[in-house]
Design a protein around this ligand. Structure first.
Ligand SMILES: Nc1ncnc2c1ncn2[C@@H]1O[C@H](COP(=O)(O)OP(=O)(O)OP(=O)(O)O)[C@@H](O)[C@H]1O
Length: 243
């Protein structure tokens, strides 16, 4: 199958520090790719470069065959790249339902979900799909941290992305909430490819078809879950003994 996302030689420097150093990555439609690595490995940098909130200092990014390296984040979103953040980005003073409605009408949603005949019904369905029923009129700021994560996921899905970038969705969740998240991720449709950045390795191993490992800004491994579990390079990266 042809690539949905192709990342070639991607790099980002901060002065002398290479936060990301010549990384290649491929994501096919419907892929479930886990992106792991110890703290400071460059995972969020790679995700932000793909989303467009950060500009690379080297390399190219293609989405659906189009060079998006210099495109603004909203234009990438309109092409079908959705994301969630390490700290859920929701409008705290708006009810949960309105958060989804607004997300569906933003520039990237206008030509997709925002065109739906019954937007409120659709927004309710999206909330139910992420396990949020009965809190439609609750202000997002009054939701628990786990619920805000679920809400942000519904908001990202409102844009009907073809690629969804998830930045540490399990961070700050209680074990029971991680289980809810795992079933939620498993229920997402294969029309959306998912790139999951996560420190919760059991969650990644249960979810991903393939796993890419970064260390000190460099790609050290891509393989299946069993290959990743038994990789000496991965063990070394986590032991902090990679050169
Ligand atoms: N704005 C910045 N200025 C300087 N250095 C930065 C900046 N952002 C990131 N870095 C550095 O780039 C490297 C990669 O950071 P990044 O946040 O991508 O890692 P990560 O794998 O996501 O880490 P974590 O798992 O801790 O979130 C780190 O050494 C980090 O300190």
């Amino acid at each position: 199958m042809s690539d949905l996302l192709a990342v070639d030689g991607l790099g980002r420097r901060y002065g002398d520090l290479a936060a990301l150093d010549g990384v290649d990555l491929r994501v096919a439609p419907g892929d479930r790719l886990g992106l792991i690595g110890p703290n400071g490995a460059g995972k969020s940098t790679l995700l932000n470069l793909i989303a467009g909130s950060l500009r690379p200092t080297s390399g190219r990014i293609h989405f659906d065959g189009r060079d998006i390296t210099r495109l603004a984040p909203a234009r990438r979103a309109r092409l079908g790249i959705g994301r969630t953040h390490q700290h859920p980005a929701v409008w705290a003073s708006l009810p949960a339902l309105d958060n989804v409605l607004v997300a569906a009408r933003l520039p990237w949603g206008r030509f997709r979900a925002g065109r739906r005949a019954k937007p409120r019904e659709h927004a309710r369905e999206l909330l139910a799909g992420v396990g949020l029923t009965g809190v439609e009129q609750t202000l997002a700021g009054a939701l628990s941290h786990g619920q805000r994560r679920q809400l942000e996921l519904a908001m990202a899905l409102a844009g009907e992305p073809r690629l969804l970038l998830l930045d540490e969705p399990a961070a700050g969740l209680a074990p029971a909430e991680v289980e809810v998240l795992a079933s939620l991720l498993a229920s997402l449709p294969l029309t959306v490819a998912i790139l999951l950045v996560e420190h919760h390795l059991d969650l990644v191993y249960g979810f991903a078809d393939r796993i890419t490992v970064l260390h000190s800004g460099r790609h050290v491994h891509t393989g299946t879950v069993p290959e990743t579990r038994s990789s000496p390079e991965v063990a070394a990266a986590y032991a902090g003994v990679m050169p």
